[in-house]
Design a protein around this ligand. Structure first.
Ligand code: NAD
Length: 481
């Protein structure tokens, strides 16, 4: 397939059930990271657009919270069905705007639909409690209610899944939403909004804005209409938004960066772990919050692990996501491309061995090759800051206590991975790792029905499972005489 056969949709905002497009507004270009061609334009919200979105979310809040949870669930499930029906055009747009392999884009549409279904089933389960008392003491109840209109901000790495799960959890709970998805990947979020509108979502329940992130977030978070802030993205922006929410005394839910350690013990099948590591590291060109980064490999197998991992990484073809022979797409934007070389240069200057990759070419797309750095010292930049790209690093260990301490030493606390055949260790290690999610003998964290979230500077709250819907509910005590 070539880009000329692919259509990128017109991008519009959604305010009070009506689309507002690029006519008469300033615009932002959407760049295809595989070619650097401009494929679309995003309207830039004006102050009036932001005010109108807030007013709409405020107006719709009362009727939406009073809408039967089963009705809310059925709208969400119909939207999930529409996403499945439209999977191909949505995946084409996603690969054009993000660069990820077309097969992965299709998978993201399917996975998002499954997550929306899962969150929809939680809508009727906002249980409360009734406390027993004597007949003349009346009744005491604690009920769950929707927190109110939500301001949501989502990034470009999973341009459908992240908005999909945030919006579905809030809508299931009975909240209205104003969302500002990433301007780099707007079509996926517009496809989500289209599916919800076509499924029967009432006007004003979901409002979509694009534009200047700082202007939109400052206005939304300060507005008395907004009662909760939800953000997925970088730690720096997350802290900034949490400060804005703090000034307005509003609750925040944050899903921020990660720097996942991988503990590979000496009893594993090295070939199996390396094969799994290859897929996990290169997925989404390493631009996942749960991407494995720090491979702590037992001294007795380290060199074998590095040789084989390097061989497989070097053999991976990088290129346009529409060519099925390519194992990995480009980085999603120029900012990520520019961030890669300093990680490699710093590590090499501190004595690390560059096994493969290490320099990219952005002349016709943001291509950075799979990169492996071995024996990287703990003080290297890449050992402390999230590379958010296709860079893996290794370091030798011999002692379990020591490697656990090193794994836990960073301010990040999102995901960690353990590989061992020792059953005691497989039970013990997950308890010792100070992260929100641990996988043993496999990569990948989170499933469609489960908690998904981090600790420390990686954030707090859950993006998945029943807990995700709880994020958008608040308790109320009702005492009756
Ligand atoms: P960034 O912090 O500049 O932007 C991240 C997202 O936040 C973007 O969608 C952007 O539009 C939005 N944003 C930026 N400033 C904002 C503001 N003032 N108000 C509201 N939204 C704002 O980072 P980036 O260059 O796009 O990505 C790089 C880093 O972001 C990575 O190193 C990674 O740590 C992190 N990231 C994490 C995730 C995740 O899933 N947790 C996803 C994407 C990026």
């Amino acid at each position: 397939m070539t880009e000329t056969t692919h259509r990128y949709p017109d991008i519009t905002m959604l305010i009070d059930g009506r689309r507002r497009g690029t006519d008469g507004r300033e615009t932002i270009d959407v760049e295809n990271p595989s070619t650097r061609a401009i494929v679309g334009r995003v309207p830039r919200a004006e102050a009036q657009d932001i005010d109108d979105a807030l007013a709409a979310a405020g107006r719709a809040a009362e009727s939406w919270r009073e809408t039967s949870p089963h009705r809310r669930a059925s709208i969400l499930m119909r939207a999930a069905e529409l996403l499945r029906e439209r999977r191909e055009p949505i995946a084409v747009a996603m690969t054009l705007e993000n660069g990820k392999p077309y097969g992965d884009s299709l998978g993201e549409v399917d996975y998002t639909a499954d997550i929306i279904d899962s969150l929809a089933t939680e809508a009727p389960r906002a249980y409360g409690v009734v406390l027993p008392g004597a007949a003349d003491e009346g009744r005491t109840m604690v009920v769950s209610e929707p927190v109110g209109p939500v301001a949501a901000f989502t990034p470009w790495n999973y341009p459908l899944t992240v908005p999909g799960r945030k919006v579905a959890a809030a809508l299931a709970a009975g909240c209205t939403v104003v969302i500002k998805p990433a301007e780099e990947t707007p079509a996926s979020a517009v496809a989500l909004a289209d599916a919800l509108v076509d499924a029967g979502l009432p006007d004003g329940v979901l409002n979509v804005l694009f534009g200047d992130p700082a202007q939109i977030s400052e206005t939304l978070i300060a507005s008395p209409v907004i009662r909760k802030v939800s953000f997925t993205g970088s730690i720096g922006v997350g802290k900034h938004l949490a400060r804005l929410a703090g000034d307005a005394a509003k609750p925040v839910m944050l899903e921020l960066g990660g720097h996942a350690p991988v503990l590979v013990f000496d009893d594993v099948d090295v070939e199996d772990v390396v094969q799994q590591a290859l897929g996990a590291k290169l997925h989404n060109t390493g631009q996942s919050c749960g991407s494995p980064v720090r491979f702590y490999v037992h001294a007795s197998i380290h060199d074998r692990f590095v040789a084989r991992f390097g061989e497989l990484l070097a053999a991976t073809r990088t290129g346009d996501g529409f060519d099925a022979d390519n194992g990995m797409g480009p980085l999603a934007n120029g900012r990520r491309f520019a961030a890669m070389a300093p990680f490699v240069d710093d590590a090499v200057s501190r004595g690390a061995t560059l096994v493969t990759g290490g320099s990219g070419d952005d002349s016709a797309g943001y291509y950075w090759p799979p990169t492996l750095l071995a024996d990287v010292p703990d003080d290297a930049l890449v050992m402390r800051d999230e590379p958010f790209g296709p860079i893996a690093v290794t370091s030798v260990f011999t002692d379990e206590d020591d490697v656990v301490a090193r794994a836990n030493s960073l301010p990040y606390g999102l995901a960690a991975y353990v590989f061992t055949k020792d059953a005691d260790r497989a039970l013990r290690l997950p308890r010792r790792l100070d992260v929100g999610m641990v996988s043993v003998n496999r990569f990948g964290v989170g499933a469609r029905d489960t908690f998904f979230g981090g600790r420390k500077e990686s954030g707090f709250g859950s993006e998945g499972g029943p807990e995700a819907v709880q994020e958008y509910l608040v308790k109320k005590l009702i005492a009756q005489g």
